[in-house]
Write a protein that binds this ligand. Sequence first.
Ligand SMILES: [Zn+2]
Length: 59
Amino acid sequence: MRETSTVAENETPKMALFCRECGHASELSDDWLLTEAEGGYWIVCPDCETAVISQPVFE
Ligand SMILES: [Zn+2]
């Protein structure tokens, strides 16, 4: 893959998440919406509001 953008020269963040629906990609700590729900956390895409991943609560 070749980058044509000059916006960012960062390497891909290690903890990056990727949305299958709209292609949004960023770090987990960036702009993903963390929704706390019964049984765990949902990580929701800020662009298309698709739940990308759900994570169980570790106790
Ligand atoms: Zn998305």
